[in-house]
Design a protein around this ligand. Structure first.
Ligand code: FAD
Length: 367
């Protein structure tokens, strides 16, 4: 059997769905090859914090662009958007200084933020313990339900003519891709958006699993209003080795709280109770009242982490017609829409909205 389209997208996670939608909107025909179900990979395990991170100027630019693109979808059915903002919580004067530096970086690129002193912080989030120095509030960050958001992007793509086949991409060839069932999918462009599994097709790709656990509580509407993140989170996220935890608490529209976050460089399955305990202890240190809540479930997922912390968005060196859109680690929900636009602009050889060089696969891969 054979299929053909302008673009074959491998993977129906948030990134693959976003690429398919962007492709059909640009007038290309698109087929998504997904062996499982939409949003069933890392996407389904994610918190869904749409957050601007600022410690790498290129990542910051991509975050800003992506968040602007997200605005179109935030009221859509299933996306379950909540306009929480983020509070970056400072526990001591050193962290307050980090918050001020963050404030300057955000202000420099036109992103709103305001410093809340200890009193304003206590008013904003009474569950936080006394004695914190303050917090930087970033009002335009928000929260979506990641698998619902992926499904919505896919539904839009399908409405505009994209098709999905229930098979994975087994191999690449000059004219497209070979699927698990032997079908040849001919395409001018094959976009590999299969998260961690991309390494099965491109073994030299430096992407590794970075495991993360999350705990979800019963419903306590209004108990926490913002996404709360300790300022040490960025150091945890950007560490290139070892295990780490950071306080990261998210209210959901249901009234539930999602408590994170943990990072481990491992692909081992199973709940690791030691790291879950460490993660909860960190959250309790900021929000002692969380101890009284009922936790309903704990889960884990694997972030696709690149060696330098930036995603791969662009042509695969030495393989004309093959494009990468993966390696977003813990920021793939946020970055999905900008990634999709950047890859499709490159496929169409259009003027580029953002400099693609910092994300080019060639930075870490030779032809
Ligand atoms: C605990 C945790 C919390 C997170 N929190 C956030 C957050 O708050 N904000 C944020 O922005 N990001 C967050 N992330 C990161 C985010 O989840 C990922 O970066 C993002 O989901 C990656 O999406 P993806 O589409 O690239 O990969 P995936 O969602 O993994 O999708 C890849 C798809 O490819 C399919 N596939 C596999 N093999 C093949 C093949 N051979 N051919 C075709 N398809 C194949 C899979 O079935 C899967 O559906 C979090 C991640 C974790 C684990």
């Amino acid at each position: 059997m054979s299929l053909s389209a302008d673009v074959v997208v491998a993977g129906g996670g948030i990134v693959g769905c976003a690429v398919a939608l962007e492709a059909v909107r640009a007038g290309l025909s698109a087929i998504v090859a997904e062996p499982g179900f939409v949003g069933g990979g890392a996407t389904g395990a994610a918190m869904g914090h749409l957050v601007v991170l600022d410690d790498d100027p290129h990542e910051l630019a991509l975050c800003r662009w992506s968040l602007a693109l997200w605005r179109e979808f935030l009221d859509a059915p299933g996306v379950e958007h909540m306009a929480t903002g983020t509070l970056w919580v400072a526990a001591d004067p050193d962290e307050a200084a980090l918050a001020q530096a963050k404030h300057r970086r955000l202000r420099d690129v036109g992103i709103d933020a305001e410093w809340l002193d200890d009193r304003a912080l206590a008013d904003a989030e009474p569950l936080l313990r006394p004695g914190l120095v303050g917090a930087l509030r970033v009002p335009d960050d928000s929260v979506v339900y990641p698998p619902g958001a992926a499904l919505h992007l896919w539904a839009e793509a399908e409405r505009l003519g994209a098709r999905m086949v229930r098979a994975g991409v087994r191999a690449l060839d000059d004219g497209g891709a070979v699927l698990d069932d032997g079908t040849h999918a001919a395409a001018g462009a094959v976009v590999l958006a299969c998260g961690l599994a991309t390494t099965a097709l491109v073994p030299e790709l430096p992407v590794v699993p970075r495991k993360g656990h999350l705990v979800v509580t019963d419903r306590y509407p209004g108990l926490v209003r913002h996404q709360l993140v300790e300022l040490g989170y960025t150091a945890s996220a950007h560490a290139r080795e070892g295990d780490s935890v950071a306080m990261n608490v998210q209210p959901r529209p249901t009234g539930q709280l999602v408590i994170g976050s943990s990072r481990q460089f491992t692909g081992d399955g199973g709940v690791d109770l030691a790291i879950v305990d460490a993660m909860l202890a960190r959250a309790f240190a900021y929000l002692p009242g969380l101890r009284r809540l009922h936790a309903l479930r704990v889960w884990f997922g694997f972030r696709p982490a690149s060696r330098d912390g930036r995603p791969f968005i662009g042509p695969l060196p030495g393989r004309p017609g093959v494009w990468l859109a993966t390696g977003h680690e813990g920021l793939g929900i946020t970055l999905s829409l900008g990634t999709a636009r950047l890859v499709v602009e490159q496929i169409l050889d259009q003027p580029l909205t953002l400099d693609p060089a910092p994300f080019a696969p060639a930075r870490l891969l030779c032809a």
